[in-house]
Design a protein around this ligand. Structure first.
Ligand code: PEP
Ligand code: MG
Length: 902
């Protein structure tokens, strides 16, 4: 006969950590902790096989199970020095489920089992606390009746409410022992009247009922749905853990607490924890009483910060180190043992019952980004883990917290609305509703938050001076989101609850009205919109951050470049370790600081013929050349990919009457002419319209001018001795013809410039692959491309047929309803879009085996997408400057998980 029940207690367990399938996750952990010599309240685990047999056997227990349980209960009684059903010194137990994988809250739990009218007297004696004993008893009846007898929870709540009314109190804890005793009688009467049975008084009958209820809860609708969603097979079954209850609320010799083996917010290697005397676990979490520090030093520090004298501290809030020194010493030893075993920072829960310490739980502790890095690096230095483990232990996304100001986690804030966390960090400022107002307020020394329905390239200057940006429309790759991330600026996008009234300069969010000049705080890491000025903290970049990045660079095989359009962004990215620019969007330069830039662009757009266009372009040329010189200089010898003009031309014209009038005045033409041009350029689907290389086919002089500027800049620097290898990138190519033509004239311009300047440069002309067709015919395209860069923003848009700027209306619901796993503009859709990347890369390299391939869509900064890019064999990813460290770590993790290096 196989073993059905596994004991744990008194430093020895029948099971082991490896027996997860048989004992469930919780049972295996309890066994593991016990075997480590951690004082866990004794108990036993009924195996998952019994659950399966129970269902196969018409919901009957297998032969011999009852005897096994009784034998094990004897061991528990011996370990705890109490008796199950003993009226003088009763052992109470908890009965809990525990599947192979955790299914939080899906199945049932019963606490305080073993109480009846006799044993409750024993509990009063052993605890010396009558109220506690009756409260435990009434909670048990309530829980048991609900879980095992199927009574509606609310019936009991109604009885309590009635009692409170009768006694003229509002809170449960204001009821006296007498009241609770009376509630027990009322509960039992209710059960008899409504369920036609007595509440079971025999502890063994109680136990049988509870075990069956846990088995049955494996098949409750919640659990079934959870299993379906998480692909957990029904045959696995659940184990049942029966464990001695211990009480931290048995008087002043009892306590309960939580602790971290290291500081979870800074990572500092100090024991960090809190406890409460005469309390239950939930009291610590609930925050009703002030918990006390475990260690003396922390307690003194706390008193100092709160202006509490040493006498008062000692009398009212002593540390555990002073109050129960022997338990404190034991905890210190356990801390060392746990870290030595689990090789990670642990989050522990403990209870002290009559000066005896019990551990209830230990698990890897949650931590901030800063702590994650420090702990990982420290543990390598302490010899606990190796570098590889350290690199895999830090979530790349967590680094983000170190790269932007944050809202003080201790601050209480009022959240009025929620949008997409489009660009992380926090921003506090006064609300303005246009780019001009942003600039004006900024000049007057104000900090502003720019609120727009959506942003366009015209808003760049306003975005630049704003602390943060809030938009009502648009997704994670909307203009506002992309530009804000590029600037490292906080942005909450697509806040559907925000009604922006730009004309009247106000925004209404869930009933809160913000007028121009009102204070607002944005949390770009969570998408929260907050009332007023929340306090911010500057993140600290610790030395271990640098160490971890160095280790990442030693490991990774994927290069990390950046998307940068200005020397400032380029410099930030370089400082963060970028190995080049993977995408320089030239259009943003047209909105640069000097008004002549946009004026010249507008002249070019209004031009009636090629000659006029060339004339306007010749005014743009020196600006572009200066921009490129500055960027090449910043990047020094690192590669720079410059993309030729991509957006539709109407984006450079004003769309409101006021702007159009201003433009007409400035250019000395009638306003009708401007309006006529705006109308002529308007498109039904601008994203599918006259943009990208299509501009370069219809107006070759535009691209030719840009190429000329690039090569003149490169030659100027080459003459000064700098090595420059320009990489010219053609956007939105879908046919070989487009690329062939543009390449041809670009080469001609490049050669002419170099001949004129007397400089010979190495250079590359490549293309973006951002249309599905381009990926499918990538072998032909590669004939004319020296490199490929996947523009996955457009590729995602074009593959799904979701407009990048409008998807915010439905994508969140798609994710909520699990139609899509993630926002596909944030995380690459590996299943669909990923196939196109793989096809594109494979076909491209079939033509040119050494073809350099990268990605420059927003996905280039997303860890799971980076792992995919690594796996399919890309050479580099390119992401916004503030994501470069994240990408470096993600690339290292990708290499560790899927080594390319032999
Ligand atoms: C892309 O489409 O992925 C891309 C990088 O280009 P843009 O976002 O400028 O269209
Ligand atoms: Mg694109």
């Amino acid at each position: 006969m196989s073993k059905n029940v596994y004991f744990f207690g008194n430093g020895r367990a029948d099971g082991t950590a490896e027996m997860r399938n048989l004992l469930g996750g919780k049972g295996a952990n309890l066994a593991e902790m016990t075997n480590l010599g951690i004082p866990v309240p004794a108990g036993f685990t009924i195996t998952t096989e019994v659950c399966t047999a129970y269902y196969q056997n018409n919901r009957q227990w297998p032969a011999g199970l009852e005897e096994e349980i009784r034998e094990n209960m004897k061991k528990v009684e011996a370990a705890m020095g109490k008796g199950f059903g003993d009226v003088n010194n009763p052992l109470l137990v908890s009965v809990r489920s525990g599947a192979r994988v955790s299914m939080p809250g899906m199945m049932d739990t019963i606490l305080n089992l073993g109480l009846n009218d006799e044993t409750v007297q024993g509990l009063i004696k052993s605890s010396g606390n009558e109220r506690f004993a009756w409260d435990s008893y009434r909670r048990f009846i309530q829980m048991y009746s609900n879980v095992v007898l199927g009574a509606d929870h609310s019936k009991f709540e109604a009885i309590i409410e009635e009692k409170k009314k009768e006694r003229g109190v509002t809170l449960d804890n204001e009821l006296t022992a007498e009241d609770l005793k009376d509630l027990v009688a009322q509960y039992k009467a209710w059960i008899k009247a409504n369920l036609n049975r007595e509440f079971p008084t025999d502890p063994w009958e109680q136990l049988r009922g509870a075990i069956n209820a846990v088995f049955l809860s494996w098949m409750n609708p919640r659990a079934i749905t959870y299993r379906k969603l998480h692909k957990i097979p029904e045959e696995w079954g659940t184990a049942v853990n029966v464990q001695a209850m211990v009480f931290g609320n048995m008087g002043d010799n009892s306590a309960t607490g939580v602790a971290f083996t290291r500081n979870p917010s800074t990572g500092e290697n100090v024991f960090y924890g809190e406890f409460l005397i005469n309390a239950q676990g939930e009291d610590v979490v609930a925050g009703i009483r002030t918990p006390q520090e475990i260690s003396l030093a922390a307690s003194q520090q706390w008193a100092k910060e709160n202006g509490i004298s040493e006498e008062e501290r000692k009398a009212k809030y002593p540390s555990l180190e002073e109050y129960m020194p022997e338990c404190y010493q034991q905890l210190l030893e356990l801390r060392k043992k746990l870290e030595g075993h689990y090789k990670d920072m642990q989050d522990i829960e403990f209870t002290i019952e009559n000066r005896k310490l019990y551990m209830l739980q230990t698990r890897n502790g949650k931590r901030t980004g800063q702590a994650a890095i420090k702990i990982a690096v420290d543990m390598v230095e302490e010899g606990l883990i190796d570098k590889k483990t350290a690199l895999l232990r830090v979530e790349p996304e967590q680094l983000d917290q170190l790269l932007h100001p944050m809202i003080d986690p201790k601050a209480k804030v009022t959240i009025v609305g929620k949008g997409l966390p489009a660009s992380p960090g926090a921003a506090v400022g006064q609300v303005v509703f246009s780019a001009e107002d942003a600039e004006r307020w900024h000049e007057q020394g104000h900090k502003v938050i720019l609120v727009r329905t959506e942003t366009s390239p015209e808003d760049i200057s306003g975005m630049h001076v704003a602390q943060g940006i809030l938009t009502a429309r648009g997704g994670m790759t909307s203009h506002a989101a992309v530009v804000a991330r590029g600037m490292g600026k906080c942005c909450v996008a697509g806040c559907g609850e925000a009604v922006v009234d730009e004309a009247n300069k106000k925004v209404t969010i869930n009933g809160h009205v913000f007028k121009e000049g009102d204070w607002m705080t944005l949390n770009g890491s969570t998408g929260d919109v907050i009332l007023g000025q929340a306090p911010l903290v500057e993140p600290e970049i610790a030395g271990s951050f640098q160490t971890l990045m160095t280790w990442a660079d030693e490991v990774r095989t994927l290069q990390v470049r950046t998307n940068a359009d200005t020397p400032h962004d380029a410099k930030v990215a370089r400082d963060f370790g970028a190995q080049g620019i993977g995408l320089c969007r030239t259009e943003h330069m047209f909105f640069g600081p000097e008004p002549e830039r946009i004026k010249a662009v507008r002249e070019m757009i209004l031009a009636e013929d090629g000659e006029a266009r060339k004339k306007a372009l010749s005014k743009i040329l020196p600006y572009q050349k200066a921009d490129f010189i500055a960027i090449f200089e910043t990047m020094k010898d690192l590669p720079v990919t410059i993309r030729l003009l991509d957006p539709p031309l109407h984006e450079f014209l004003p769309h409101d009457r006021k702007g159009q009038e201003e433009m007409a005045k400035e250019m000395g033409i009638p306003v009708e002419k401007v309006i006529e041009k705006v109308n002529a350029l308007s498109e039904f689907n601008p994203m599918l319209g006259f943009r990208g290389c299509r501009l370069g086919i219809i107006y070759p002089e535009i691209f030719a001018t840009q190429v000329q500027a690039i090569f003149e800049a490169a030659c100027a620097l080459a003459k000064k001795g700098q090595k420059v290898v320009p990489e010219v990138m053609i956007p939105l190519v879908g046919t070989t013809g487009e690329l062939q033509k543009i390449r041809e004239y670009s080469v001609k311009v490049a050669e002419e410039v170099m001949a004129r300047e007397g400089v010979k440069l190495e250079y590359l002309i490549g293309t973006m692959i951002e249309l599905p067709r381009a990926a499918l015919i990538a072998d032909q395209i590669a004939e004319y491309a020296d490199f490929f860069s996947f523009g996955t923003n457009d590729m995602t848009q074009m593959t799904f047929g979701y407009s990048r700027d409008d998807a915010g209306r439905f994508l969140p619901t798609y994710v909520e309803q699990k139609i899509l796993k993630d926002d596909v503009f944030q995380k690459l859709d590996q299943e669909g879009v990923g196939q196109l990347l793989e096809i594109g890369l494979t076909k491209g390299r079939a033509t040119r085996p050494n073809l350099k391939v990268g990605i420059c869509g927003e996905h280039g900064g997303d860890p799971s997408s980076i792992e995919f890019c690594h796996k399919i064999g890309m050479d580099y990813v390119s992401c916004s400057p503030y994501r470069v460290p994240i990408a470096r770590l993600a690339a290292a993790q990708a290499e560790l998980k899927n080594p390319r290096r032999k």
